[in-house]
Every structure is written in structure tokens, then in C-alpha cells.
Design a protein around this ligand. Structure first.
Ligand SMILES: Nc1nc2c(ncn2[C@@H]2O[C@H](COP(=O)(O)OP(=O)(O)O)[C@@H](O)[C@H]2O)c(=O)[nH]1
Ligand SMILES: Nc1ncnc2c1ncn2[C@@H]1O[C@H](COP(=O)(O)OP(=O)(O)O)[C@@H](O)[C@H]1O
Length: 205
């Protein structure tokens, strides 16, 4: 049986990366896909860990070669998930998590209708702005663009299977863990419901 593909999206600054990292620490069975991007690294970002940083030209050639599972132009930068970061892992039964925007999420839902998608909301616009400023690594211009772009991202929250509000971090993390636990229970129940039939069909005469 193939693994579960989780999609997590959110407006920039809502705490998505912090929440996903905390979730993966507690759920080591889920692999985080490292995206490709044409944007420059921020101070402290490591190639191959936070992103695979490539030139726009290389990104566009990869896209033309069909190497991406999904990709989109996000805040003016190209970002994409390589097929090889998803398809072989799912086929081998591993769970994979994608931190991507709403445009990528739409492409993934079309390719993988069984994926489980989560949208993270900040508790208010004022708090979103405060968190973007607290990060300190972005220029005023970048922060303004992310705040403006957040409206388009939030407008697609209703397309997702679950919405988690990241007000108190511990509560939001508990909600994410409950979503993962629920998915695992559903899959286990489905397998056990059909276990006898599957064993029977596999039996050698
Ligand atoms: N479609 C798509 N979006 C991505 C991918 N990787 C990151 N993003 C999105 O790009 C946006 C900006 O990410 P980033 O530049 O790391 O900034 P941050 O969200 O402010 O930390 C977020 O909405 C991410 O979900 C990807 O592979 N595909
Ligand atoms: N529940 C929370 N309460 C207060 N601050 C938070 C919370 N969640 C995340 N943050 C802070 O908000 C900032 C943005 O978080 P980050 O994970 O980088 O967001 P994103 O990946 O969505 O852009 C960081 O400084 C982070 O520590």
C-alpha cells in the first residue's frame, strides 16, 4: 500500500515551517520534501536542507524536462517539488509531507486525490504582520509583498481538507498530530477490513 502524501500550506509568517518541523520531530516516519527554488538563500539557509537553490534557467529547464511533481511562481520566485522526492517514497509505502503554496496544492490534489491537505491560519492579520517582522531576515519590501500575497493564499483555505489556527503553538501542533493520527487510523482500519480478502486473493492454489 502506498504512503500518505500530506500537503501543508499557509500564508508566509503564519508559523508553518516551525509547526512542520515540530511535527516531524514527533512523527519521524514522515519525510519532508526539500523543494527546488530560483530564489536566493536567506542568511542561514543551507543548500540541500532548506531548499535546493538553482538558477532560474536551470529551474525552467527542469520544468520543461518534466522533473517536477508540481511547481509554481510564488512571491515572484519559482518553487517546485521534484518527482523523485515524492513518487519513489510513496510507492515504497513512506509518508511524505510537502510545504507548498495553494497553486502547488491544487496540482498535487489533481495528481494524488488521496493526499491529505492542511491549511494553517494565523490568528489575526496584526499577528501575521508581527510574526513576519519578528523574523528580521526579510527587507521591508519583502514583508510588504508577503502581506499583500497572503490575501490570495488565505482565499484558498477552503480548498483544503483541514484548517488549523496557529494561535497557541502547542494547540496547533496537537491539531496537526491529531490529523496524522486520524489518517493512520483510517488506513489501518481500511487494511484490516480487507485483510482477509487480500490474503485470500494472494493465496497460491
Ligand atoms: N508550489 C510550491 N510552493 C512552495 C514550494 N516550496 C515552498 N513553497 C511556498 O513558497 C512560499 C514562500 O516560501 P519561503 O520563501 O520559504 O518563505 P516563507 O514561507 O516566508 O518561509 C510558501 O508559501 C511555501 O509554501 C514548492 O516546492 N512548491
Ligand atoms: N504560535 C506562535 N506564536 C507566536 N509566534 C509564532 C508561533 N508560531 C510561529 N511563530 C513565530 O513566527 C515567525 C514565523 O514563523 P515561520 O515558521 O518562519 O513561518 P512560515 O514558515 O509560515 O513563514 C517565527 O519567528 C516563529 O518563531
Amino acid at each position: 500500500m502506498s504512503g500518505t502524501l500530506y500537503i501543508v500550506a499557509a500564508p508566509s509568517g503564519s508559523g508553518k515551517t516551525s509547526l512542520v518541523n515540530a511535527l516531524l520531530e514527533r512523527e519521524p516516519g514522515i519525510s519532508l520534501s526539500v523543494s527546488y527554488t530560483s530564489r536566493l538563500p536567506r542568511p542561514g539557509e543551507v543548500d540541500g536542507k532548506h531548499y535546493h537553490f538553482v538558477s532560474r534557467d536551470v529551474f525552467e529547464r527542469m520544468a520543461a524536462g518534466g522533473m517536477f511533481y508540481e511547481y509554481a511562481n510564488v512571491h515572484g520566485d519559482l518553487k517546485g517539488t521534484a518527482r523523485n522526492a515524492v513518487e519513489p517514497l510513496l510507492a515504497a509505502g513512506h509518508d511524505v509531507l510537502l510545504e507548498i503554496d495553494w497553486q502547488g496544492a491544487r496540482q498535487v490534489r489533481a495528481a494524488c486525490p488521496d493526499s491529505v491537505s492542511v491549511f494553517i491560519l494565523p490568528p489575526s492579520r496584526a499577528e501575521l504582520e508581527r510574526r513576519l517582522r519578528a523574523r528580521a531576515s526579510d527587507s521591508a519590501e519583502t514583508i510588504a509583498r508577503r502581506l499583500a500575497d497572503s490575501r490570495e493564499e488565505i482565499a484558498h483555505a477552503g480548498d483544503f481538507d483541514f484548517i488549523v489556527v496557529n494561535d497557541q503553538f502547542a494547540d496547533a501542533l496537537a491539531d496537526l498530530r491529531a490529523i496524522v493520527a486520524g489518517q493512520r487510523l483510517r488506513r489501518a482500519a481500511q487494511l484490516s477490513r480487507h485483510a482477509v480478502l487480500i490474503a485470500d486473493l494472494l493465496k497460491n492454489e
